[in-house]
Design a protein around this ligand. Sequence first.
Ligand code: ADP
Ligand code: MG
Length: 610
Amino acid sequence: MGKMIQLLPEHVANQIAAGEVIQRPSSAVKELLENAVDANATKINLVIKDAGKSLIQVIDNGNGMNAEDAKLCFLRHATSKIKSTNDLFSINTKGFRGEALASIAAVAQVELKTKQIKEELGTQINIEGSEITSEEPVSCSSGTNILMKNLFFNVPARRNFLKSNAIETKHIIDEFERIALAHPSIHFTMHNNDHLSFDLPEATYRQRIINIFGKKYNERLVPLEEKTTITEITGFIIKPEFSKKTRGEQFFFVNDRFIKNTYLNHAVKNAFKELISKDQFPSYFIYLTIPKDTLDINIHPTKTEVKFQDDRSIYAIILSTVKNSLGKYSISPSLDFEQESSFQIPPLKKGEAIKPPTINVNPNYNPFQKTSSTDKQEAISNSLDMIKEPSFSVDQGLNEFDKSSTGATQLEQNWTGLTNTGSNEKIFQFKKKYVVTSLSSGIILIDQERAHHQVVFEKFLSQLQDKKIETQQLAFPVQIELSNSDYELSLELLSEIKEIGIDIDDFGNNTLVINGLPIGFDLNECKGLVEDILENYKHSSDQLICTNENLAWSLSRRGSIKSGRILNSTEMNKLINDLFCCDSPYFNFKGKPIIIKLENDEINSRFDKK
Ligand code: ADP
Ligand code: MG
């Protein structure tokens, strides 16, 4: 094979979605892995050290490059994958921009060894800050071995901007998993700080998912299968009973490329609607195959967003396919499938012209902007109202509470009558979920679970801030086996987990061992606690990871009173007192309301009284 790489003519280069390709170690990992996939490798090994900050290396057994291409590949807009603008609409490869290696070579020290199979000798190029420092023939195996050291060595501001190793490693694992899930026929391995963290031999899609997320996924997966002229769908949804309270595993692949798409995610959510509660998220691995000319992947620099020519039909097809699968596996016998099975997508008429997708789209466009206003946003605006309202401060709350237990307005006496407790306390429990009491200014309903959670949360938070959490040693250490990715993440977090009073160590072989727990914690909660912490980390945004608040949240989630528990009046009194001693009695850390207050005025106005 001769020279393959060409510089893109300027007019083509100018049509490529511009933007920074390398923002953090994981972006380099993504680009290098994609290059190895594009080179038809059947085996790809990723090696990282120090969360990719000091080393990222990708070794593949793919096509390799000849001596000339080995030099050309570091030039901007140098690519073997497209030649003309038209090619942008028939892309078969992961890459096409010809920018990744140029960007990487600009901000790291790079060593490339590459050899095509028919060649005797390969080529080694060293390049640093875009300057080639050496270039020589080398004896090496066929394929490409590219190694980059000290990312952002010459851009200290960028380097300092990188997050902790735990966060950067999590991003790298995310990228690794996405590419490995898209290409189960490739054998992937990953070494993190000299230990083998993933070994994913060639497999089916199902096996690949299980190899990554653990054996327990086998019984959770429900297959999807649908074929229409617009798209072909395969993949799996996770049974609704295993849905998570945090955004769990949500994967869309289009023509073997992982993509993010809130619109299509909504279709799956819609299909699950009746089957999971509002605060749960469906998990899925959905693979779409779509004719290349009905798809534009050139709308975003990192190529994780694509534009479909007919996204409404794809939405409808996903909705119906997921519903059908949920039904077929008798997960939702009550669903009506008549409508879905009669669902038809009109095939394209022969010779009918397809309008090419336009390039100028706004990648930030969110069709659900209006409906997606989250509880949190609402809560925040409510909370602002609350702040404006001078009638109820923490201290006042306590006073009013006291007053109400001695006061004797007509309304309050009536309340007592309703409680059926026979006592004089104007407190009662409603639906084993809410504590109801009256104040001189109205009635309040307290969510008992959130209230107690908040009390425990604030207690842990202040202990964490004062570094005062006490650990109790366990008589028998508990072992916890984790999936590959959870284990990798936990290793990065061990020291932080220790700081919250969990005496935990690495036991090797995807296993952690817990020797001690914070005082007051139930031994049986051990495993759940660690899983909670990891789950919380995996799915929170960068800013929230590793904060005392996050740790306190995980700790408190497990040791608090739940809905459904009957509370006696002493417990209710204590809960209310404790709650009003909190810094934030009205809203929890996630912005959800804890207390709802009905003002006298509102009650009167609803009865049409002044
Ligand atoms: P792109 O992937 O968009 O073409 P890159 O900068 O990532 O741009 O790579 C430039 C070119 O270098 C590719 O088009 C390809 O020809 C060559 N190349 C990069 N990585 C490899 C690899 N691992 N094996 C073979 N060729 C590679
Ligand atoms: Mg590339």
